[in-house]
Design a binder for this molecule. Structure first.
Ligand code: C2E
Ligand code: MG
Ligand code: MG
Ligand code: MG
Length: 279
């Protein structure tokens, strides 16, 4: 009968739900231990100028899961944010980045190169965030201006006033700030204008179809003009082809990131690559 049929379906849905819940809880537990078990791995992707010379690198986290191998951030950042574990993971990414900067400080060609570190809105909302960042940077003896923190517009949702205060405090300490995924969010330009951020990172969606699509190219031109009006630096993400790089240089852009210049790589590889392209 109908009754039996829907009971069966309901039972199986509940079974799937519980199974997924278990998996999620499992994952959350192992994620909570990932930092102490040294499973947090940071890869670095170079950022370059118009000539392709390295300016710095972005730190991009991966989780070396004991059974599932190297997981990309999309697979665990949402869970890490939900469970607040992102605070420990974010700190670990900052530590590894500072360690690498300390190493670079001994090399004449790399000592002025920066590392950009992504900051989750959940981290920024933590009341200890500012003090923690300052402590880590000082412990590694790193020049604060070589750390660039990347935030997304979503960081302003929870408490914009508090967020801006913290951004300003860290800026006063000396770190740089960039607004990630510019153009993909919801913020008005009037809000962005008030942010104590010196750089915008143009979201990769804009470059994706700009080659074949005249209106996307015009959009990239307008965004460049906006960055000039805001008196902010601009970097374009997702550059994969020479023709894209050239088109962006024509528009006026001078900072780039994308697979054309290198995929995210472990510290030793990216260090070697940066050194050799600077010599
Ligand atoms: P994001 O900060 O916008 O980082 C850029 C993403 O674009 C990276 O993906 C990078 O590998 C990818 N990418 C770089 N060049 C190209 C290209 O030419 N073409 C294409 N299609 N993609 C390119 P990834 O490493 O998977 O990171 C994804 C997102 O995860 C990041 O986006 C960031 O929002 C988040 N994330 C990464 N590391 C961290 C972290 O340490 N903390 C936090 N809170 N979030 C992180
Ligand atoms: Mg980023
Ligand atoms: Mg981005
Ligand atoms: Mg992003």
């Amino acid at each position: 009968s109908n009754y039996t049929f829907s009971t069966l379906i309901l039972a199986s849905i509940i079974r799937i739900y519980i199974k997924n819940l278990n998996e999620k809880v499992d994952l959350a537990f192992s994620l909570a231990q990932a930092v102490v078990k040294n499973e947090i791995v940071v890869h670095y992707q170079v950022q370059v100028d118009a000539k392709g010379k390295p300016l710095g690198a972005e730190a991009l986290v991966r989780w070396n899961h004991p059974e599932r191998g190297l997981l990309s951030p999309d697979k665990f950042i949402p869970l890490a944010e939900e469970s607040l574990v992102i605070r420990d993971i974010g700190l670990e990414v900052l530590r590894q980045s500072c360690r690498l900067l300390a190493e670079w400080s001994n090399d004449s060609s790399l000592k002025d190169k920066y590392i950009a570190v992504n900051v989750s809105p959940v981290q920024l909302a933590d009341e200890d965030f500012v003090a923690t960042v300052i402590e880590v940077v000082q412990n590694f003896g790193v020049r604060p201006e070589l750390i660039e923190l990347e935030l997304t517009e979503s960081a302003l949702i929870i408490d914009a006033e508090q967020a801006i205060l913290k951004i300003q405090q860290l800026k006063d300490f000396g770190v740089q700030w960039a607004l990630d995924d510019f153009g993909s969010g919801f913020s008005s330009l009037s809000i962005i204008k008030t942010l104590p951020v010196q750089k915008i990172k143009i979201d990769k969606q804009f470059i994706r179809d700009a080659k074949s699509n005249e209106s996307s190219k015009n959009l990239l031109k307008k965004i460049f003009e906006i960055s000039e009006l805001l008196e902010m630096e601009a970097i374009v993400e997702g550059v994969e082809e020479h023709s894209q790089h050239e088109m962006l240089i024509d528009i006026g852009y001078s900072q780039f990131q994308g697979f054309l210049f290198g995929h995210p790589k472990p510290a030793p590889e990216v260090t070697e690559k940066m050194k050799s392209s600077l010599s």
